[in-house]
Design a protein around this ligand. Structure first.
Ligand SMILES: Cc1cc2nc3c(=O)[nH]c(=O)nc-3n(C[C@H](O)[C@H](O)[C@H](O)COP(=O)(O)OP(=O)(O)OC[C@H]3O[C@@H](n4cnc5c(N)ncnc54)[C@H](O)[C@@H]3O)c2cc1C
Length: 462
């Protein structure tokens, strides 16, 4: 048998697995989380229920395919449960790494390990209830700063301002190195929080950075900025609601000052100068001028990076992929060994594992499918390799003391969660830690076994 292994069961891994299974090969998914879905399950905003429900349905259909196997609760990596060499020892024909970008990007500032300082993805994992983040301390206070001007930053602001059950901020401040014309939020995401802006306060902030932006030929007059990004604010009679959402532009964080309990008390920022580059883009250059901002929580929403603990060769932009000089602009999926300057045959990266923090689910799906096409071509020409079967792989994992979660276990977990939701009179329910999920699976299995025995005992003897 020629089995293709996939590390990660997010959108890229799952849609790649579907492509592989449709081509008649066996796809074996090894996933860190118990549940499949990756950021589609644990990143997408909790209230986007329709989108999440639709994706869950598609993922379940993929897992229903007989030649797609699933081993959840298995973290691959040189420092983790199973190494890449151990996977190769199971005689796979190729491996696709679709494990996303699990490293967190901070700025390396003095004081960055203070309490109350978080990376956006960890914070999002927490409120989407991914173990172990679900049960870790992500407490927030009244004055929260978010560094970054992308969709993740604005979704976190939305959660803090409107939807989080227990948080009650007074102010959520979005801090950006560049100016207001370089806001990256989608209009639709901004619409949820726009009513928390103060027209007067934002106009004052625009006035503060006006001259520095004008030097780069950027007109940041309120009329222009409101027209571009904040349509509600065009109306002079716009009524703002509390808590407040604010912006601070042209500011680069330089240090974090903790209080006597070790929690962040102040964020020091440098005022930035904007410089126009030859290609028309701008660069933010920190000056010597410093401002201290009182905050009790800081969230870095400045993108993610690849996890070096996996054991794949690293390049300047994350996992190293083969150079592609003949086809510039075309993605390269093959893992590259920069020391030996050669492709590592049979190893590929897809989705956010290929290009961190890039694009929506549809893009990750496309990336996974294109990558699967290349892998299928490679494997079709490769000799027979005798990949281990599902039971043999399970036995190897269990012999290492691991507790892999199979497709059958996922069904049991879904029953257990539905039962729990019903008992608690909720629309849905998720267990907050892995042990609770494993226990629920075991109990559900036992419940089924008992009810089968009862059913059998009721069948009249022939
Ligand atoms: C906060 C946030 C909100 C988003 N909102 C939207 C949205 O509204 N709409 C939209 O279309 N897109 C949204 N996206 C983008 C979307 O989630 C991504 O495009 C997509 O999930 C990337 O898919 P992926 O499979 O490459 O990686 P991921 O989704 O990150 O999946 C990676 C998988 O790999 C597994 N894994 C990680 N490390 C290991 C390991 N060492 N061993 C084994 N398995 C491992 C993980 O368990 C996970 O299952 C959002 C992203 C974020 C961060």
């Amino acid at each position: 048998m020629k089995g293709i292994f996939l590390v990660g069961a997010g959108p890229a891994g799952l849609f790649a697995a579907r492509q592989i299974a449709r081509a008649g090969f066996e796809a074996f998914l090894f996933n860190r989380d118990i549940k499949p879905g990756g950021l589609a399950e644990y990143g997408i905003y909790p209230l986007k229920e329709k989108m999440k429900g639709g994706l869950r349905k598609q993922f379940a259909q993929i897992l229903e395919m007989p030649n797609v196997r699933y081993f959840g609760h298995i973290k691959v990596g040189s420092a983790y449960d199973v190494t890449i060499e151990e996977l190769e020892g199971m005689r796979c024909a190729a491996i696709i790494f679709a494990c996303g970008a699990q490293g967190t990007r901070k700025l390396g500032l003095v004081g960055e390990d203070a309490k109350g300082v978080y990376a956006a993805k960890d914070f999002v994992y927490h409120y989407n209830q991914l173990p172990p983040f679900a049960s870790m301390d992500f407490s927030t206070g009244r004055r929260i700063a978010i560094v970054g001007m992308g969709n993740v930053a604005i979704e976190i602001a939305r959660w803090l301002l409107d939807d989080s059950p227990e948080r009650r901020p007074e102010n959520v401040l979005v801090i950006a190195r560049r100016g207001p014309l370089e806001i990256k939020f989608d209009e639709r995401e901004l619409e949820f929080v726009e009513r928390h802006l103060s027209r007067k306060e934002l106009s004052r902030e625009l006035e503060r950075v006006k001259e520095r932006c004008a030097r780069c030929r950027q007109d940041v007059s309120p009329e222009k900025v409101f027209e571009h990004h904040f349509l509600l604010l065009k109306d002079a009679g716009f009524a703002s609601v509390l808590p407040r959402l604010s912006f601070r532009f042209l500011s680069s964080p330089t240090a974090i000052v903790p209080d006597s309990d070790g929690r962040i008390a102040k964020l020091v920022v440098a005022e930035d100068e904007l410089v126009l580059k030859e290609d028309g883009s701008t660069a933010a250059i920190p000056t010597r001028e410093r401002t201290e901002i009182e905050v009790d929580t800081l969230i870095f929403a400045i993108g993610d990076k690849h996890d070096a603990g996996l054991g794949l060769p690293m390049g300047p932009e994350g996992f190293a992929t083969a150079p592609n000089p003949d086809r510039p602009g075309e993605p390269s999926f093959e893992v590259w060994d920069p020391d030996a300057r050669r492709v590592i045959p049979g190893q590929y990266v897809a989705g956010w594992a290929r290009h961190a923090s890039t694009g929506l689910v549809g893009i990750a799906r496309h990336d996974g499918e294109v990558c699967a096409g290349k892998v299928i071509e490679f494997v079709s020409h490769a000799p027979e390799c005798g990949t281990l079967g599902e039971q043999e792989i399970l036995a190897r994992l269990e012999a290492k003391g691991l507790r892999p979660v199979t497709k059958a276990d996922l069904k049991l977990l879904a029953y257990a969660e539905a039962r729990e939701a019903q008992t608690r009179q909720l629309n849905s329910f998720k267990f907050a830690d892995n042990d609770a999920m494993l226990k629920a699976i075991a109990e559900e299995r036992e419940r089924m076994r008992t009810s089968r025995m009862v059913e059998q005992s009721l069948v009249p003897a022939a």
